[in-house]
Design a binder for this molecule. Structure first.
Ligand code: ADE
Ligand code: ZN
Length: 336
């Protein structure tokens, strides 16, 4: 397949981020502004003082501890305007990073949780903000709906229905949250309905649970891409499955250190994934929580993980191949 791609004609590789949570990517200034507007008691009132409450600097004990950092971002989502605004600003931030195509994902029930918003109206607001940002900043944007597994299958059904209300505006369905205690098998019906709706499937797996969780995501939920997939490295048969089926791996380097999924960047398996011919690319996960952006991940985190400039170029090509875009859209991304 790659042989048909027009890279040989000296194409500049577009920057692409396929795995970014827009609800983990809210500016400190916006948290403060929304906090003031809605009289929300924040722990600090300047960006410098708020930063340690929101941005992770040291590794956390695990994923669940890391996810607790989202508290202030979600606390300020007091109405649908706030949801629209953060979606819009996510696109503006992507443009500033030089990103040409981004897939932004979000969990409507998580975003709705603090102020008891209607999840379907949250989805509508996010779509409006992202579309306006796309028009204003010239970044191509696709949206991915998340089912937050932490809430269990019952609330995930409510979340699915909110997403299905707007199904033509979303390209894919994801499963995120507490992987260790809520296995993919609990969500088989939800993902069947998502596939029936015409969505692509990507699932967080092999981050806070083992390689078997990746197999479950592929076999039970129909994932064609996996978020993280770090633990694949523990099982040669899972590595072979990912390679043979050309399942895309959405890697997130800094995030994996901060959640203690890996002890440090040097021991991250991404280098091995590429060496063994797996289809993997570099993404940001939650840039507002992690205090990073895509250029940082490509220019600083990737070399620290032992990746060469050629590896980074390969991963930008992989991201293009993995993108949830039609063939024509993919080609217009590199010809414009
Ligand atoms: N939600 C936001 N970031 C996440 C991550 N790294 N894993 C699972 N769920 C998430
Ligand atoms: Zn993620």
């Amino acid at each position: 397949m790659l042989g048909l791609l027009p890279w040989a004609v000296n194409t500049r590789l577009p920057l692409i981020d396929l795995h970014r949570h827009l609800d983990g990517s809210i500016r400190l200034e916006t948290i403060l502004d929304l906090g003031r507007r809605h009289n929300i008691p924040l722990p600090a009132w300047t960006p410098a003082e708020l930063r340690p409450h929101v941005v992770v600097t040291e590794p956390h004990a695990g994923l669940v501890e890391f996810l607790a950092k989202f508290q202030w971002m979600i606390a300020v989502l007091a109405d649908y305007d706030a949801c629209r605004r953060v979606a819009y600003e996510n696109v503006e931030d992507a443009a500033r990073e030089g990103i040409r195509y981004i897939e932004l994902r979000f969990s409507p029930c998580f975003m709705a949780s603090h102020h008891h918003l209607d999840p379907s109206q949250v989805v509508e607001a996010v779509i409006e903000g992202a579309r306006q940002g796309e028009a204003d900043f010239g970044v191509r944007v696709n949206l991915i709906g998340i089912l937050t597994r932490t809430f269990g299958p019952g609330l995930a059904r409510k979340e699915l229905l909110a997403l299905l209300d707007h199904k033509e505006h979303l390209v894919a369905l994801d499963l995120a949250g507490d992987e260790a205690s809520k296995p993919a098998g609990l969500f088989v019906e939800h993902f069947k309905e998502g596939r029936d709706a015409g969505w692509q499937i990507t699932v967080h797996a092999g981050e806070a649970a083992g390689a078997a969780s990746i197999v479950e995501a592929v076999e039970k939920l129909g994932a064609t891409r996996i978020g993280h997939a770090v633990r694949a490295v523990d099982d040669p048969s899972v590595m072979a499955m990912l390679r043979e089926r050309r399942i895309g791996i959405e890697a997130n380097l800094t995030s994996n250190v901060q959640t203690s999924t890996v002890p440090n960047l040097a021991s991250h398996p991404l280098r091995q994934f590429l060496a063994e011919g797996l289809l993997a690319c570099i993404n940001t996960d939650d840039p507002g929580i992690s205090g990073i952006d895509l250029p940082h991940e490509l220019d600083v985190a990737a070399p620290a993980a032992g990746l060469t400039p050629e590896d980074v170029d390969q991963m930008l090509r992989n991201a293009w191949e993995m993108a949830f875009l039609g063939e024509d859209e993919k080609h217009s991304l590199i010809s414009s």
